[in-house]
Design a protein around this ligand. Structure first.
Ligand SMILES: Nc1ncnc2c1ncn2[C@@H]1O[C@H](COP(=O)(O)OP(=O)(O)OP(=O)(O)O)[C@@H](O)[C@H]1O
Ligand SMILES: [Mg+2]
Length: 261
């Protein structure tokens, strides 16, 4: 092997060892005259759960959307597993396969059953055969507690069940990273719990997650770190114990008290 090739391998190994799974670097974004981000930096390591909080309009949803390029950034860069995904020539379809997203508004196809909603991507995107896709879909639906609902249409499911189909659908793509944007905020507490339980199991399974949520129990128990976003910047970031008990900034204390009171 040539010295050069050895160097390349070394670089790759170093990158795999030290590079966080997600790296958001100096991201700037404005919509017209409104400056939403003024240099956002955030790193999420493999297997970690980052909870993102901030006032309404602070850009939480926008940041998640930038990660899978539903929204384009103005300046800076976003890296997934060492790949710079915000380059103009980066493969957006590949990126979205690697990054699962679950929104507040459940966006299932109304004319398809739960199972069909999950098999669709397996067939079209991953090229699974019919029975293979069906098996995988049923397995994912069982994992979110919906074995008995595989043939139900979205209209026949509760909000929490629909949200779990959405999670099953995203997981069927074998994503490296999951983005959650207030997945429980449209649900009653009881239905929220069914979704939070699924998310907690994902955490235990080692999934890397970036989660916008005001669910204190989840933030305290599942987050490795909480990021407080305001005024286009990261105001403070740290492990939940520290952020809740001993925040460095008065503004962080005020905000956390306002949402978690
Ligand atoms: N496509 C868009 N066009 C114009 N402005 C936008 C667009 N998307 C978001 N914005 C603006 O960017 C800012 C951040 O919005 P965003 O939805 O990311 O906030 P958020 O923190 O998710 O708020 P919430 O807690 O209410 O969900 C807001 O002022 C919003 O109006
Ligand atoms: Mg939002």
């Amino acid at each position: 092997m040539t010295a050069q090739r050895t160097d390349e391998r070394d670089n790759e190994r170093r990158r795999a060892e030290h590079e966080p799974l997600l790296r958001i670097e100096n991201v700037w974004k404005s919509f017209g005259t409104e400056q939403v981000f003024r240099g956002i930096d955030l790193e999420v390591d493999r297997g970690d759960v980052e909870v993102l909080v901030g006032p309404s309009g602070s850009g939480k949803s926008t940041l998640l959307r930038c990660v899978n390029r539903l929204t384009e950034i103005d300046e800076g860069a976003i890296y997934l597993d060492g790949e710079r995904v915000t380059d103009a020539d980066a493969n957006v379809n590949e990126l979205r396969q690697q990054v699962g997203m679950v929104f507040q508004d459940i966006n299932l196809f109304a004319h398809l059953t739960a199972r069909e909603n999950v098999t669709l991507g397996l067939r079209r995107v991953r090229g699974f055969g019919k029975s293979e896709a069906r098996d995988r879909a049923d397995r994912e639906l069982a994992n979110v507690g919906l074995s008995d609902q595989v043939d139900s249409y979205p209209a026949q499911l509760s909000g929490g069940q629909k949200q779990r189909v959405g999670i099953a659908r995203a997981l069927a793509m074998d994503p490296k990273l999951m983005l959650f944007d207030e997945p429980t905020s449209a649900l009653d507490p009881e239905l929220s719990n069914s979704v939070l339980e699924v998310m907690e199991r994902l955490v235990e399974a080692g999934m890397t997650m970036l989660v916008v949520t005001h669910e204190m129990r989840f933030a305290r128990s599942a987050a490795d770190s909480i990021t407080f976003l305001e005024g286009g910047q990261v105001v403070e970031r740290g492990p939940p114990e520290r952020l809740f008990e001993r925040p460095e900034r008065e503004r962080t204390r005020e905000f956390l008290e306002s949402i978690y009171g």
